[in-house]
Design a protein around this ligand. Structure first.
Ligand code: ATP
Ligand code: MG
Length: 442
């Protein structure tokens, strides 16, 4: 992409309404624009990051054997009356009427809709287990929308639902989601710690939240620092292996880690003193096993192996896709701007032409831009007639992992400069070496 033809409305001033760094940086980097309280437009740069995150979420769900689909944002109220949540959900639910006077709502989550789809189509235990998910906009009329996309009213969420014939099978689905989630967050360059949680309005027995440690997080968290040493890494997990998934879930939930809602000071006191940590965290996901709560309320039974009707055991599993954009920035920035982890960066490389209009610089940039693009590398080429200082500041602000600086002085020696945004380290290299270094598989 050539910056002269792109739409990247960066701001020099820090907007006064933004209280936390990710919100400030998202506004300054031209990623979002507020449309109303807790409602945002995703401008091109922000949209690219949102899609990268969504794509990782999709890939890891499919890897775990879960099936993508799409349900609507608007739902009829009747299904929610069946489950009893039309009244229970309270003011967070945005309610509306269509022209015929029918009660509708903008979905805050989808347990009812998916259970309705399930009961209309599945009647035998032989069709289980089944896990369906979608990534769709949600609306919750939050009393205090704030921190930009971190607590919006309209937000983008992955929500998945498992249907199993009995509790052990549903608990395997729970563990499988835990492993898939750990992998999802790690791929985004994040450490998200599973913490035992309260079940809230979804209801249920077993639930964990995934929290990213950050000073600006809304939850207070208590944990054994041993948990921060755990990583999934490149383990080749067999998602059909109940024992393997259970062992990983056990590994990641054995060290003490809880939010203020479930904190148990007595248990915490048993953690060796030097490892006892208190901090703040951002909730980026949550998994639930809730048994037959919805299937009972909505008559979702299947024929069991003994020929008798059996209630279906369910769970639901959510990832805050749009919140993750902010959470990643909270976890990865410096005083100059965002520092994107490679996998979610809007572009991998920025080219800065320090002397636009200089024939040799323009030609070298053009060659690099074409070669990298041809190699499948996502490049943002700053080809504007701007001061070099402003171009550098802009690149630092938007946080692309690599910057290539091209100018007459280097070119006279046959080199350009390659700079790592995270470490700040630079290297002088011949332009074709830069291309091969940054090409996939290099
Ligand atoms: P919170 O406690 O932060 O209000 P929640 O527990 O009500 O969230 P869930 O129903 O567990 O939310 O939704 C799954 C995920 O969706 C959450 O883990 C979070 O990452 C994200 N999420 C929830 N509410 C919002 C919101 N208002 N804005 C952005 N993301 C949200
Ligand atoms: Mg939650």
């Amino acid at each position: 992409m050539r910056l002269s033809r792109y739409f990247l409305p960066t701001l020099k001033e820090t907007p006064s309404e933004a209280q936390i760094v990710s919100h400030r940086l998202m506004l300054r980097a031209g990623m979002i624009k507020q449309a109303g309280a807790g409602i945002y437009s995703w401008l091109p740069l922000g949209f690219r990051v949102l899609k990268k995150i969504e794509n990782i979420v999709h890939e890891e769900q499919v890897r775990a054997g879960h099936i993508p689909m799409l349900m609507p944002t608007l739902q009829p109220a009747d299904l929610w009356r069946e489950s009893g949540r039309y009244d229970d959900y309270g003011e967070e639910m945005l309610r509306l009427k269509d022209r015929h006077g029918r009660d509708m709502l903008y979905g805050p989550t989808n347990e009812e809709l998916i259970t309705d789809i399930f009961r209309a189509n599945i009647s035998s235990y032989k069709d289980l287990p089944l896990t369906l998910y979608h990534i769709q906009w949600k609306f919750r009329d939050e009393i205090r929308p704030r921190f930009g996309v971190m607590r919006g009213r309209e937000f983008y969420m992955k929500d998945g639902y498992n249907f199993d014939i009995d509790k052990p099978s549903a608990l395997h689905a729970y563990n499988r989601h835990m492993v898939a989630y750990l992998r999802t967050y790690e791929r985004m360059g994040l450490q998200a710690i599973p913490m035992r949680a309260d079940s809230g309005p979804i209801g249920g027995d077993d639930t964990h939240e995934f929290l990213v440690l950050a000073d600006t997080g809304e939850s207070e968290v208590f944990y054994d620092s041993a948990i921060t040493d755990l990583t999934l890494g490149n383990r080749d997990v067999n998602y059909d292996d109940w024992d393997e998934c259970a062992a990983i879930a056990r590994e990641f939930t054995t060290p003490y880690a809880r939010t203020d809602e479930t904190h148990d000071p007595e248990k915490f006191a048993q953690v060796p003193e030097g490892r006892r940590k208190t901090s703040r965290g951002i909730e980026v996901g949550q998994i639930f096993y809730f048994g037959t709560k919805y299937s009972d309320a909505m008559n979702a039974t299947v024929q069991g192996p003994d020929g008798k009707p059996a209630p279906v055991h369910m769970g639901s599993h959510g990832i805050g896709v749009s919140r993750l954009v902010g959470a990643i920035i909270e976890a990865s920035h410096d005083e100059r701007g965002i520092v994107w982890p490679e996998e979610v960066a809007p572009f991998r490389v920025g080219i800065v032409n320090v002397k636009q209009g200089d024939a040799a610089s323009d030609a070298a940039c053009e060659t690099l831009y074409r070669a990298l693009t041809a190699a499948g590398v996502e490049v943002l080429y700053d080809d504007r007639e701007e001061r070099a200082g402003a171009k550098f500041a802009g690149m630092d602000l938007i946080g692309l992992p690599w910057r290539i600086t091209v100018g007459p002085r280097g070119l006279a020696n046959g080199v350009v400069e390659l700079t790592d945004r995270r470490s700040g380290e630079s290297e002088e290299l011949a332009p074709d070496l830069v291309t091969s270094r940054l090409s996939p598989g290099a």
